[in-house]
Design a protein around this ligand. Structure first.
Ligand SMILES: Nc1ncnc2c1ncn2[C@@H]1O[C@H](COP(=O)(O)OP(=O)(O)OP(=O)(O)O)[C@@H](O)[C@H]1O
Length: 556
């Protein structure tokens, strides 16, 4: 409609009419945001005011032409006739004449002859852009027909509402599908752009009545569909990394589930291996991946207090004898962990913070800085020892001092999370010591390896893995630290050898392989100040913000 032919009120009515039509077209939009945006814009005051201003200008110009010429009206008429004002009005006219609805190509004529058994044939025409169709196909083993195996939630096929699981695919763009294998059809579908015509016989499969789409899991492994030879369609797969939270939207298939990554703007679900499938795969790889035998230093290195640290070698270069508490044995297959959102209530205990990492990476240093930053808030549990109490030491402050036979009795009672023997004395950390700190409404910082006994709703351990940076950065940062600390003799600094760096990296890799599924946060300790800030901020977040915890912890 030309600008000059607008009658007062007509354009506004047109806007409202368009907005109301959009309510019925939501399902044809790419995203619900598109629809909301258009509705808001058409109903918005800004657009209405602009239209009113424009109508006012036109009416004014008309009126001015009829009144007796004065310098002001001549000036105003001159302004309104200027090219940029005219250009603005002309742009408006062009836009208002444009047809913004997608132009759908006309449907092909129905075939002259339709076989009797094909009475229910359906011709579906989808206008497809770059995105995949969002459906997988397979050959039905009993009938030989090519059928739609699954429709991905939120994908192009799902949004169209016209293609369903179980539909038999007869033709794509006039090409018969019956004599083709799914492997030949997939590239045809992938390549097709613009209008794609499907001839399908609707399947008889009933839609599931209720699907619980509120299952959230934390992925405990990395997955790249492009590297998975077994996935029915690589483009339909969902890539994810260990630690990502996924919403499972369909579990009907035993081998392939459909999921979305939590927080992704893309609403289209993708295929992920089902728990059963992944369990089978992990079991086959088990000796290599899960149960790679770790050297003693790797298993126990990240352990007890520095003064009695059960290091790789003692001062004489001999390996020390070390043992584990009971809970170490049980390892679950790291597949998916069902999670729920959790926010700590003011009267609830703080989550236990378990800091772990390869020996020498800087766990003790980070823990020390946390304690210094807020001694009222952070605390550590007191270990037990059988060694002689020194004069300056106080019972229950540096250690709990116990007799050897008492310690050995407690080992048998599985009291210790971790214990070891050094120079003929026992040292150990007990669960009771941890509980005492938590009961004081403090954040207990525990420096041990991940421990299954701690995985309870009572302590809700938050496991932070302190990881070394690349060997080049290790050389740089640790050397720099040595230079700095030589100016301050109060802080003795470890002098690292090249072998220490190499060991640290190998141990970190082995720890990640073995315990990576338990790490909720990985901090790379390159620059110490930055690593500390990252750790402190992360701990503040879990104290104050909603985050995910295993759903089993929600039921105390
Ligand atoms: N980012 C860093 N840059 C430089 N020096 C560091 C850094 N992090 C730690 N250090 C130094 O490295 C040495 C070892 O750190 P720390 O004692 O904290 O290691 P650890 O992980 O507790 O090892 P272990 O478990 O064997 O005790 C210390 O001298 C510490 O000051």
């Amino acid at each position: 409609m030309k600008a000059l032919s607008f009658k007062s009120g007509a354009p506004l009515l047109k806007c409202r009419l368009l907005a109301s039509l959009l309510y019925g077209l939501e399902s044809h939009m790419d995203t619900s945001e598109d629809s909301t945006f258009l509705q808001d814009m058409l109903m918005g005051n800004t657009l209405h005011l602009l239209i009113k201003v424009r109508l006012f200008i036109l009416a004014l110009a008309e009126e001015l032409r009829c009144v007796v010429a004065s310098p002001e009206t001549t000036e105003l008429l001159y302004l309104l006739s200027k090219p940029h004002v005219q250009a603005l009005l002309s742009v408006h006219d062009m836009v208002s004449q444009k047809e913004f609805d997608p132009r759908l190509p006309p449907l092909p004529p129905l075939p002259d002859y339709i076989e009797k058994e094909e009475d229910s044939i359906k011709i579906v025409r989808l206008v497809k852009n770059q995105e995949p169709l969002g459906a997988t196909i397979k050959r039905d083993e009993s009938t030989g027909a090519i059928v739609v195996a699954r429709v991905m939630r939120g994908g192009a096929a799902d949004r169209s509402g016209l293609i369903h699981e179980g539909d038999k695919l007869k033709e794509v763009n006039g090409v018969p599908m019956e004599d083709k294998n799914p492997e030949e059809i997939i590239p045809i579908l992938a390549k097709s752009k613009g209008a794609v015509t499907f001839k399908v016989i609707p399947g008889t499969k009933e839609e599931p009545e209720t699907i619980d789409n509120k299952i959230f899991v934390r992925a405990l492994f990395d997955y790249n569909p492009q590297e998975d030879p077994a996935i029915p369609c690589k483009d339909a797969g969902l890539e994810f990394w260990r630690g990502d939270v996924l919403q499972i939207v369909n579990q009907e298939d035993d081998t392939w589930w459909q999921a979305r990554r939590h927080g992704d703007a893309n609403l289209r679900a993708g295929l992920i291996p089902s728990r059963q499938l992944q369990e089978r795969r992990v079991t086959l790889q088990r000796p290599a991946v899960l149960f790679h035998p770790l050297r003693e230093s790797i298993i126990f290195g990240a352990g007890l207090r520095k003064s009695f640290r059960l290091s790789r070698k003692d001062s004489t270069g001999q390996h020390v004898r070390q043992k584990m508490g009971k809970g170490h044995a049980g390892i679950h297959l790291p597949i998916y962990q069902e999670v729920l959102p959790y926010k700590r209530k003011p009267d609830e205990p703080y989550r236990l913070v378990l800091l772990t990492g390869p020996s020498g990476v800087g766990v003790t240093e980070l823990k020390r800085r946390l304690l210094l930053s807020d001694p009222e808030h952070f605390s550590v549990s007191v270990p037990y020892t059988t060694r002689q109490q020194k004069r300056h030491e106080r019972e229950g402050v540096e250690y709990h001092f116990v007799f050897k036979h008492t310690f050995e009795k407690e080992i048998l009672n599985h009291k210790f999370l971790e214990y070891g023997e050094y120079k003929g004395n026992y040292y150990g950390m007990s669960l009771d010591s941890v509980r005492r700190v938590v009961a004081e409404s403090k954040v207990c910082l525990l420096h041990v390896k991940p421990h299954v006994t701690l995985y309870t709703s009572e302590l809700k351990p938050y496991v932070v893995f302190v990881k070394p940076p690349s060997i080049e950065s290790l050389r740089l940062s640790r050397r720099k630290a040595k230079v700095l600390s030589s100016q301050n003799e109060q802080t003795p600094t470890k002098i690292f050898t090249e072998e220490d760096f190499q060991d640290m990296i190998t141990s970190a890799q082995a720890m990640e392989n073995k315990y990576g599924h338990l790490f909720e946060k990985v901090i790379i300790n390159d620059d110490l100040a930055m690593a500390f800030t990252e750790l402190r901020d992360e701990l503040t977040k879990i104290e104050t913000e909603t985050h995910w915890i295993p759903n089993t912890w929600a039921h105390v």
